[in-house]
Design a protein around this ligand. Structure first.
Ligand SMILES: C[S@@+](CC[C@H](N)C(=O)[O-])C[C@H]1O[C@@H](n2cnc3c(N)ncnc32)[C@H](O)[C@@H]1O
Length: 246
């Protein structure tokens, strides 16, 4: 999945999302060594941890997302290392004291082979006993195949207004959700620019993740339904997994 095309839109959409930050920062502060973030994107979580003194490397395949992440770190004079690479195949010389994959980063692994390859590679980069934590949204979807506006309107300082419309399609057999974004930007003089992006995510069920982790050499995970440690239950929006490399 190539996020280059999303880099401009991404921060507008998710910069204010903060639910997960203290959870990952707490883990980073307790890790007592270098931390690897998988799918670091534009450094939303990476920068938050670096600001707390965590020695963090953000692994990210998209050059444009990394560019954004570096700009963010430079603006706040933070020390962050970004490494361009794919979770399935990256090879770093060092091992890490903690790995994290915040905000659905593992949803871009589409087949069991890709998932296992990724988890085994993460395992190979962790010290024995080192924790691995990540979150995935609970698969529960709105109205499919219908063009919607979910309140995403952004106003730029130069007067441009951006409206995000989306339509989602569900492939139950593959466990894929494909979102087509239609992004309209209207300039103050009324000129309208229309862009289209497509994003496919592979959603997971709780127990398939538990089996995948065990198969890849991790201990049976602790699974919660919130970043504060509440149980995973019917109304939960996220599944938060915490495990360790055996
Ligand atoms: C939903 S974004 C999350 C970004 C960031 N973790 C955050 O919380 O804002 C998912 C990220 O995973 C990255 N990604 C997609 N496929 C990947 C892969 N095979 N290996 C590593 N990262 C990947 C994407 O480029 C994207 O930046």
């Amino acid at each position: 999945m190539d996020y280059d095309q999303f880099a401009d839109l991404y921060d507008h959409q998710y910069d204010l999302y903060r639910d997960d930050l203290h959870f990952y920062a707490g883990l980073g502060e307790r890790a007592g060594g270098p931390v690897l973030e998988i799918g670091a994107g534009t450094g939303r979580v990476t920068a938050f941890l670096a600001r707390r003194g965590v020695d963090i490397t953000g692994l990210e395949p998209s050059g444009r997302m990394i560019e954004r992440g570096r700009e963010r770190a430079a603006k706040d004079t933070l020390r962050v290392t970004f490494a361009q690479g794919d979770v399935r195949t990256f090879q770093h010389e060092q091992k890490y004291a903690l790995a994290i994959a915040p905000f659905n980063a593992l949803m871009h692994l589409y087949t069991p082979n890709e998932q296992l390859q990724a988890l085994e590679n993460i395992h190979a980069h962790l010290h024995t006993g080192a924790p691995f934590a990540f979150d995935l949204y609970v698969p529960r979807f709105g109205k499919m195949s219908t063009l919607r506006h979910e309140g995403e309107t952004f106003h730029a300082p130069d007067g441009r207004r951006t409206d995000v419309f989306l339509v989602q399609r569900h492939d139950r057999v593959r466990q894929h959700i494909t979102t087509e974004y239609h992004v309209d930007t209207t300039a103050p003089d009324g000129t309208l620019t229309r862009r289209h992006y497509t994003l496919t995510q592979r959603y997971y069920t709780r127990y398939e993740v538990e089996w995948l982790l065990r198969f890849a050499g991790f201990e049976s995970p602790r699974v919660t339904g919130s970043f504060q440690g509440g149980p995973l239950e019917r109304g939960s929006d996220v599944m938060v997994f915490q495990t360790r490399a055996l």
